[in-house]
Write a protein that binds this ligand. Structure first.
Ligand SMILES: Nc1ncnc2c1ncn2[C@@H]1O[C@H](COP(=O)(O)OP(=O)(O)OP(=O)(O)O)[C@@H](O)[C@H]1O
Ligand SMILES: [Mg+2]
Length: 492
């Protein structure tokens, strides 16, 4: 509600002009891969199990369709779906819903094609259809759908299903404009583009395909998922997961195997659509749907020696606004206050990736699914950051064992490992970013260990002949007891 009372003012209608507005939709910046993925998002949100992407090469008359066996729409629902802005972006969405803006179907389709037809069938309903034609909108200047479908065959195709939807693109001018059907070079070009589409889909929806939730068929052939993290390779190193933003966002780093540790075929396959160097970086998922594949989010540059780093970030759709998810579902930006935490995590993974990249000759026999074992763990107590030694680390086990025979040697060994591995980089980043969130020694935990140690030292000093005042002065000058001078008065 606006606070100003406008009732006394004159108003004038300024309705968006249909023809120019609809042409503007074309400029959102999709390519054919991201546009088709956006249509498939809708199929997945509609509970589809199977999705079919089909096309027929007819030169400039080439058509492409995306069919699903989801719950479909009846006539009023389809008309609503065809409206630009059919849902309010501020509205809460079901957690599995991949949509947000109420625009994707239209903007993705118009970005590639001048004609969009949707035929849909809801269970117990007859199928219904409507078409947007950009040229017709341009001609009439009106936001009007046409009760038209390009060919009866599409409807027949749908009639085998209890329910489902088919999205058809015609006049795909962004791809096949002026192409002649008998031009083989044009055909090659077109098929090459379609190959990119297939690769993109196998990557973007790999989690859905892996879990068996959906099948995507491309010209009748089932698409195989492409997983960026080489989970079934024994040499893949998995970093411990970290959670940020109240546990809503999960980060998990992977260092992929050195070239010499996997088969040539696997190595080639793992490079993905853009190649090893380009595919390094963050992989951001929203409800299992990949938004961003291989992007350092402006935190680092892509460099050859980091190319084995791939880091998964998983988001729920409730954080869309904070992470600035865009209409195309191909952009995400972490909220400013989390950038440095993400950076600190990534630096650890990257550091390990450089090691793997350089030490190609390392002769170890790896095990599938084995996780990287850090010595230091950054963790939160309340809202403050602390660093702790991983008690499960093998070095700690070793120290304990050694302590039984040669305690001095064991202690020296422990100290040495601590001194040499202090996570200075991570501390520096956190300190410079949010100094007030750095924990102080023993902050927020029981101080018994401090009090007991102070008492023991005090007794020792008194035993050595020091007077009360001297003993306390000495202790007050010892780190970290200098922070606990208020305990001095209790020493006796
Ligand atoms: N394949 C489909 N099956 C069933 N309903 C669909 C299908 N495609 C679209 N719809 C309906 O049409 C609506 C509009 O789709 P559209 O892609 O334009 O926007 P959205 O998915 O809501 O949001 P976004 O702009 O983020 O994609 C959807 O919310 C859904 O209700
Ligand atoms: Mg959508």
């Amino acid at each position: 509600m606006t606070e100003i009372d406008y009732s006394q003012y004159k108003t004038v209608p300024a309705v968006p002009e249909a023809s120019s507005m609809i042409e503007t939709f074309r400029a959102i910046g999709y390519n054919i891969e991201t546009a088709i993925a956006d249509i498939i998002d809708n199929s997945i949100s509609a509970n589809s199990k199977n999705i079919w992407v089909n096309f027929e090469w007819l030169g400039s008359k080439t058509w492409l369709s995306i069919k699903d066996d989801g719950f479909g729409m009846n006539d009023p629902e389809l008309i609503q779906a065809m409206r630009p802005g059919s849902k309010n972006p501020l509205q809460d969405r079901e957690s599995k819903d991949l949509g947000r803006f109420g625009l994707g179907l239209k903007t993705a389709s118009f970005s590639q094609a001048r004609k969009l037809t949707v035929i849909s069938k809801k269970s117990d309903y007859n199928s219904v259809y409507w078409t947007w034609d950009l040229d017709f909108v341009n001609q009439t200047g009106k936001w009007e759908l046409i009760k038209y479908r390009p060919d009866e065959k599409f409807e027949k195709d749908l009639s085998d299903l209890v329910s489902g939807t088919i999205v058809i693109w015609n006049d795909i001018d962004r791809v096949v404009k002026n192409f002649k059907q008998d031009d083989n070079k044009a055909l090659d070009k077109f098929l090459l583009i379609m190959e990119l589409v297939k690769k993109h889909l196998s990557m973007v929806f790999h989690k859905f395909m892996e879990s068996g939730k959906i099948n995507i068929y491309f010209q009748g052939h089932k698409i195989e998922p492409w997983n960026p993290f080489l989970l079934d390779e024994p040499s893949t190193q998995i970093f411990p997961e970290e959670k940020i933003q109240n546990g809503l966002v999960k980060i998990e780093g992977y260092v992929l195997p050195h070239k010499t540790k996997i088969s040539e075929e696997k190595y080639k396959q793992a490079e993905g659509a853009k190649g090893w160097n380009e595919q390094q970086g963050f992989y951001i998922y929203r409800n299992e749907r990949l938004l961003l594949a291989g992007d350092w989010l402006g935190l680092f540059r892509k460099e050859e020696h980091y190319k084995l780093t791939r880091i998964q970030i998983e988001l729920p759709n409730t954080l869309d606004a904070e992470w600035q998810i865009d209409i195309k579902k191909s952009v995400a930006r972490p909220p400013l206050i989390f950038r440095e935490l993400i950076k600190a995590y990534a630096m650890k993974v990257r550091a390990q990736a450089v090691e793997v990249y350089r030490h190609k000759g390392k002769n170890v026999k790896p095990i599938v699914g084995q996780k990287f074992v850090p010595l230091w763990i950054d963790h939160k107590r309340g809202d403050k950051w602390f660093y702790k030694i991983n008690r499960e680390h093998p070095v700690i086990e070793k120290v304990k064992e050694e302590a039984r025979n040669e305690p001095n040697k064991a202690i020296e060994m422990l100290i040495k490992f601590i001194e040499e591995t202090i996570p200075t980089k991570s501390i520096f980043i956190k300190e410079s970013e949010v100094p007030e969130l750095q924990g102080k020694p023993f902050e927020g935990i029981d101080h018994e260990i401090i009090r007991n140690t102070m008492q023991a030292m005090y007794s020792n000093l008194i035993g050595q002949g020091k007077i009360d005042e001297q003993a306390k002065a000495i202790i007050a000058n010892i780190e970290p007891f200098n922070n606990f001078v208020h305990f001095l008065e209790f020493l006796n």
